[in-house]
Design a protein around this ligand. Structure first.
Ligand code: N01
Length: 500
């Protein structure tokens, strides 16, 4: 959309947008590309100054994807230029920007535009979305592409504000802070920390890693993509598509172990124990790094260099959670004080305990964040009863611990288009899922998750809400979710109002 058209729209002088998209991570990007292709009137607002979502924000040293990028990319925008099997963050962010340029969607992207409120207007049957600068946009449908991994979670540590050194979260990396010769502490041993530690260990004077729970880590086997392979992918795109399909099938086969063959998980666990034994000779360190819960309960991590980094003489693993901070460092659960100059919180994101990052008011003045305060629920992870024409990208129970989230995002994107087409065909202004359908759908999901390795594997993870329910993961093969999202069935939805 051109700037002049946007101004008119903000003044309410033109027709409604078909879709307003919030956020420019992979969800927003995919939606914008597909809406553009379909010739819809769409617009995207992004609070930051550039696009990329999690791949713009997570620029910590060592940041890279842990799904091979032939698969972790948009299916209709293949990239023969990937330099590695698991490319670094900057390459993925650059790819996303290239997609935006090639797809011709730049004019529809509005940066530095923070949404503070979205309100379903029951008279006009449209969403009125207010930005921080006071302007308002009107759209027939609203898509939240605000992401599950976008709001950093600072650790619950008493007196953290007392720490006089430099403190920052892994997703807000301070590249201006020189780590050379410094006493650096990293809290956490999740996917972020195990990439950060090998990348910064050599620069730090000392590096202390605070581990509360060890992770199951398997070899990443990263490698460069040769110039010949890149040329082959350019010449014969079907070869890259074939590689993508095979990678998808290989990753998807893990679900068979999670769902139907616990003995396969046991077998994998045995293999990983051998890997730890080969990489970590010190028996005390090995014991500390060996998880005591089932593999798969937390996200399985990939690394070729984490254990090697822990062997460096300036690196120390403290097998204790951090409970308090002082002016000069932190105190761990065993009462030990650790003096630090820099403290990195690689402590993850607010996933299960937060809904939308702004007010979303649906039908009858109902607030999405209040409805979701007892745990987010949606139908097909995408639509919510009481919230007409609202699409939640990577919504409740769409997460995948074993495959590419972009596969799910593309399935949701197609569903958005199907839903908009269904409204047009039926001459209906809006739809929302039937409350009883949504309730049954979620009851079934929670039943299937109850005995799963993610819920009952003996760990606590960000997949689980305070009440023990799992509102994050899709408990089945990803192609099954895609199939459910492949059509719009009016039997599951209410129609609201007629188009003029
Ligand atoms: O965060 P996490 P993350 N003292 O929540 C620990 C994606 N991702 O940013 O396990 C000591 O996994 C906490 O300990 P515990 C991916 O989906 C992808 O690493 O709760 N430790 C845990 O070890 C991933 O799953 C990629 O006992 C404390 C850590 O902090 C998700 O993002 C890369 C503590 C948090 O781990 C989140 O990963 C990066 C304390 N007081 C991220 N408080 C790739 O694609 C918390 N912890 C490669």
């Amino acid at each position: 959309m051109k700037a002049s058209q946007l101004k008119q729209l903000q003044k309410g002088q033109t027709d409604l947008l078909d879709l307003l998209i919030v956020g420019s991570g992979f969800s927003g990007l995919c939606l914008a590309l597909q809406m553009q292709r379909a010739g819809k009137r769409w617009h995207l607002v992004e609070q930051a100054a550039s696009l990329g979502g999690t791949w713009r924000d997570n620029h910590y040293p060592g940041a890279a994807c842990d799904i091979p990028s032939n698969l972790y990319s948009i299916s209709f925008m293949p990239n023969p230029e990937w330099t590695r099997l698991f490319p670094p963050q900057a390459e993925i962010e650059a790819y996303m920007n290239r997609c935006a340029d090639q797809g011709g969607i730049r004019p529809g992207l509005q940066f530095n535009a923070r949404v503070i409120r979205a309100l379903w207007n029951e008279t006009d049957l449209c969403w009125r979305v207010t930005l921080a600068d006071g302007s308002e946009l009107r759209a027939r449908a609203l898509a939240l592409g605000t992401g599950g991994l976008s709001r950093p979670r600072m650790p619950q540590i008493e007196g953290l504000e007392r720490f006089a050194g430099t403190l920052f979260h892994s997703a807000r990396w301070r590249h201006d802070v020189d780590l050379a010769g410094k006493k650096v502490g990293v809290i956490g041993t999740g996917a972020s920390a195990i990439q950060i530690v090998p990348a910064i260990a050599a620069q730090c004077g000392s590096l202390t890693l605070f581990q509360r729970t060890p992770a199951w880590i398997v070899p990443r086997q990263d490698k460069a993509v040769s110039a010949e392979t890149q040329a082959l992918y350019r010449r014969r795109p079907w070869r890259q598509r074939l590689n993508r399909a095979l990678t998808y099938a290989r990753l998807e086969s893990r679900m068979f172990a999670f769902r139907s063959a616990p003995w396969l998980l046991k077998l994998a666990q045995g293999q990983v124990l051998k890997f730890i034994a080969a990489k970590v000779r010190d028996p005390v360190l090995r014991r500390q790094l060996t998880p005591d819960y089932k593999i798969g309960c937390k996200r399985i991590l990939l690394s070729d260099d984490f254990y090697r980094a822990l062997r460096q003489s300036n690196v120390r693993l403290v097998n204790q959670g951090v409970v308090r901070a002082t002016e000069h460092g932190v105190i761990t659960a065993d009462g030990q004080e650790h003096q630090l100059d820099v403290l990195v919180a690689a402590t993850g994101f607010l996933v299960t305990d937060a809904g939308a990052p702004f007010e979303v008011i649906g039908r009858d003045g109902v607030d999405l964040n209040q409805v979701w305060s007892a745990g987010p629920q949606a139908y097909l992870g995408t639509t919510v009863a009481g919230f007409p024409n609202l699409f939640v990208m990577t919504g409740p129970n769409t997460g995948s611990g074993h495959n590419s989230i972009i596969y799910i995002i593309e399935a949701q994107t197609r569903f958005v288009l199907k839903a908009l087409q269904a409204l047009d065909r039926a001459g209906v202004a809006a739809f929302e899922p039937r409350a009883d359908v949504q309730q049954r759908y979620n009851a079934d999901l929670q039943k299937r998750l109850a005995g799963s390795v993610w819920n009952a594997g003996g760990c606590s993870s960000w997949y689980l809400a305070a009440d023990g329910s799992n509102r994050v993961l899709w408990p089945d093969y990803t192609f099954r979710l895609r199939r459910s999202l492949s059509s719009f069935d009016w039997q599951a939805f209410h129609a609201i109002g007629a188009t003029a």
